[in-house]
Design a protein around this ligand. Structure first.
Ligand code: PEP
Ligand code: CO
Length: 495
């Protein structure tokens, strides 16, 4: 496969009433309400203008792939989806914290034992640090088992003087320059790679991968600053002590709770034909024990993942993506950035969550460290002064507004910018009286060199050592864990 960093450097830049009602329990909308006189269906998005559309040469093959997807079983179930939604309700109400993370672009090649295990272990360790910091349960969502479609700022890019279609994620085309044509069979490949990844995730978790009776390797040897080293070690000691206390107490409940953890899956719901094919009308878990199977006990669930989000480039109010998302019962994310107007933000909430279900919507804010101060307060006031007060999850994505290029054209992010946006986000929510409920990170369990900074002191010259991302630069294992320690420190101060 072409080395991504080598290729990257050749790229041209051309290239409240209602709220009280739903406080009493998650309200299920068995059938989405008509909007502008139009009823919703899994395919009603096709009547709307679409951004980031996929146009294939061979439509017949696309139809064949979609028909296959429609027959295949759900990847996740309504019971799991609703369990996550209930947990996100706790986050919205300030009773839990959300950690979401994984690759920017997941490749089919990452569907492999070590890559999956190292990411899960990292997310687990980060979540322990955050539980310690927040003194609250942590909800874990992986950007995994389906994060295969990428929005691009330009449909083409120039490589070696030749204009080629951009890489749009493994579900659409390949990164290698001879695989850039959109390939319909990749739709079905995406399903099987998602299902295999999730199968291994589930099997590993139920077989003890997350068993906290086992000692964890915290690997803090790289932290050069003695003060930081002492601080992080103290946190680890405190976590280790708490775990050993629980083990010693030996109460059955505590022991069980230490054996496994919940981990949910997520991806950007970008390729709507794929999402539509996996969207099924299924029985709501709340009605599972009732004898009747009447339609009013069912809702539409996108069974491709527990949580799906709408990207910054596809959240046009009258566009196809919003039309699709307004009909599904999954908890959903909306990326909110410098180009989101406050009035659009409110319209998005009213369109996607008309019944003001608490925890249904996660607002994933991503402004950039230099803009967060001027933009976030207004967005918070707009939401918190509306009927949506205390109903959304506010999540900080400190990655996507902080991407930049080095003088040699390598895409990177600085650890200090990421931390700065996070710290500002925490401070602003405190000032505004709202609750920052979570973080959204691009990370990997491997020792990559894609973001600069952190305790290892990675500089721009180090980026080429092990740059393997095919899209945005990710935090490596050490940087991600360090960020968790730093966030935890701030959360402890907040509490
Ligand atoms: C992403 O999360 O990888 C992404 C493309 O983000 P955004 O839509 O916020 O740019
Ligand atoms: Co990204």
């Amino acid at each position: 496969m072409t080395n991504p960093i080598a290729l990257q450097s050749q790229l041209s830049s051309a290239g409240k009433a209602a709220a009280t009602a739903s406080l009493n329990g998650a309200s299920h909308q068995s059938q989405p309400q008509p909007r502008d006189g139009q009823t919703w269906s899994p395919s009603s998005w096709t009547t709307k203008p679409i951004k980031q559309d996929a146009i294939y040469d061979d439509r017949k093959q696309v139809e064949k792939s979609l028909a296959k997807l429609e027959r295949l079983p759900p990847i996740v179930t309504p019971t799991e989806i609703v369990r996550l939604k209930n947990s996100l309700r706790d986050v919205a109400l300030g009773k839990a914290f959300l950690l979401q993370g994984g690759d920017c672009a997941e490749l089919f090649d990452y569907c492999e034992e070590n890559a999956i295990e190292s990411k899960v272990k990292l997310l687990l360790q980060m979540s322990l640090v955050l539980i310690w910091g927040a003194n609250k349960p942590v909800v874990r969502i992986a950007r995994m088992a389906g994060q295969y479609a990428k929005p691009r700022s330009s449909p083409t890019e120039i490589i070696d003087g030749k204009e080629l279609p951009s890489f749009r994620g493994d579900i659409l085309n390949g990164f290698d320059i001879d695989e850039r044509k959109l390939e319909p069979s990749r739709l079905v490949d995406a399903y099987f790679h998602s299902a295999s990844t999730l199968n291994f995730l589930r099997a590993s978790l139920s077989s003890g991968l997350a068993d906290l009776h086992r000692p964890l390797d915290w690997g803090l040897g790289h932290v050069q600053d003695p003060e930081l080293q002492a601080k992080y070690s103290k946190t680890v000691d405190s976590i280790t002590d708490s775990l050993s206390f629980m083990r010693t107490v030996g109460a059955d409940i505590a022991s069980k709770a230490l054996e496994t953890v919940d981990l949910y899956t997520s991806h950007e719901g970008l390729l709507l034909e794929y999402e539509q094919s996996l969207t099924r009308r299924l029985r709501d878990p709340a009605n599972a024990s009732k004898p009747s199977t009447s339609e009013d006990q069912k809702s539409w669930y996108d069974t491709s993942a527990h949580f799906v989000w709408i990207g910054d480039r596809t959240r046009q109010i009258d566009g196809a993506h919003i039309e699709f998302f307004r009909g599904i019962s999954n908890p959903i994310g909306i990326k909110v950035g410098p180009t989101t107007s406050s009035s659009d933000l409110l319209t998005l909430l009213r369109t996607l969550n008309p019944s003001v279900e608490i925890g249904k919507i996660t607002l994933i804010t991503r402004y950039g460290s230099s803009k967060v101060r001027s933009l976030l307060p207004q967005h918070i006031r707009t939401v918190e002064n509306s009927e949506y007060a205390r109903s959304v999850v506010w999540q900080c994505d400190p990655m996507h507004g902080n991407t930049r290029s080095t003088s040699t054209g390598i895409k990177t992010r600085q650890f200090s910018d990421i931390l700065s946006e996070l710290q500002d986000c925490l401070a602003i929510h405190k000032e505004e009286g709202s609750y920052l409920g979570g973080v959204h990170l691009e990370l990997t369990g491997d020792a990559v060199t894609e973001c600069t900074g952190g305790s290892e002191g990675l500089g721009e010259d180090d980026l080429s050592l092990n740059y393997t991302s095919f899209c945005d630069p990710r935090l490596n294992e050490k940087q991600a864990l360090e960020l968790a320690f730093l966030i935890a420190g701030h959360l402890r101060e907040r509490n």
